[in-house]
Write a protein that binds this ligand. Sequence first.
Ligand code: SF4
Ligand code: SF4
Length: 307
Amino acid sequence: MSILRDAKRTLMPIYAGLKHVFLKPYTIKWPYENIPNLPDEGYRFDPKAGIGYPGSKGRHLLYMEKCTGCGSCDLTCQNIAEAITMTYGFDVVTVLDEKCYEYFKEFRPEIVEALDAILGSFSAEPSCIQYNSLSSFFWTPTDVKQIIKVDGRYEIKLNLEPIFDVRAVEVLYQKVYPGVKKLKVTGWELGKLEAATESASVELSKQDLTVSVLVRKIDMGYKQNRRSFFPSVDYGRCVMCGFCVDACPFQALEMTNEFELSALSRRELIYTPSMLAKRPEEFNITGVPPELNVIERARMVFRRLVW
Ligand code: SF4
Ligand code: SF4
């Protein structure tokens, strides 16, 4: 009897273990396998009907053409996570007088070094024009339209995409100043910084040359939102509750099934309105990971075939 009991005690755990080889697993090898039952649709809310449509509560999708900049979403979030900040769209231009513009056309070193430094600050920003050299950037037929003559002065627009921030002076400090400060070593003087909510500027001078850098609010062409005032979301704070979606009276905000929002810095977790306006990419199975051994790879293929 004791032999039988010992055999049973030995075989039962083996059986229990082996049984699980043929059971449907409850875990998945994310991100290599798709998450089952994840709805394709994101969470939406219809304010007229007062109905919330079920769906994933991943990152937000902003319809800029519907958003009026009313700030209801921001107000709602203030009682929850303070993750939303209303931001304006800005652009940055360098302003040259006739003389500087002639120097600019001739690629005179003083102007090249000034513009190079200002553009250098921008080149790290994903939303801005990437340029390899000053000549290749400015003198292609499509880029010449970036230069506009206004009241006898020439405005050179430096960013094609709007830069979103709360105040113009923040854009000037964060996006322009780091490059501009480097010009001091080559003899450029930094003039007084002028700042209002909607615009900010700084003047640079060297000998008889003067170059101004101007940050100003732009109209992105949305009739319902002439101020270009849109929400930004900080995913380091957002708890994905969806109350901001419920609060939007114009159905301009939805949630999506994009949940892979990890980043290496807090700064990268702040999504600007133009980032929120991008539709999430389809969630794809990325294939069997190469680091898995033969048995695990075979098991993954088997799981996909059977379940
Ligand atoms: S989903 Fe995020 S942004 Fe919206 S109200 Fe909740 S915490 Fe705020
Ligand atoms: S997303 Fe909706 S609630 Fe938020 S500012 Fe735009 S219109 Fe207003």
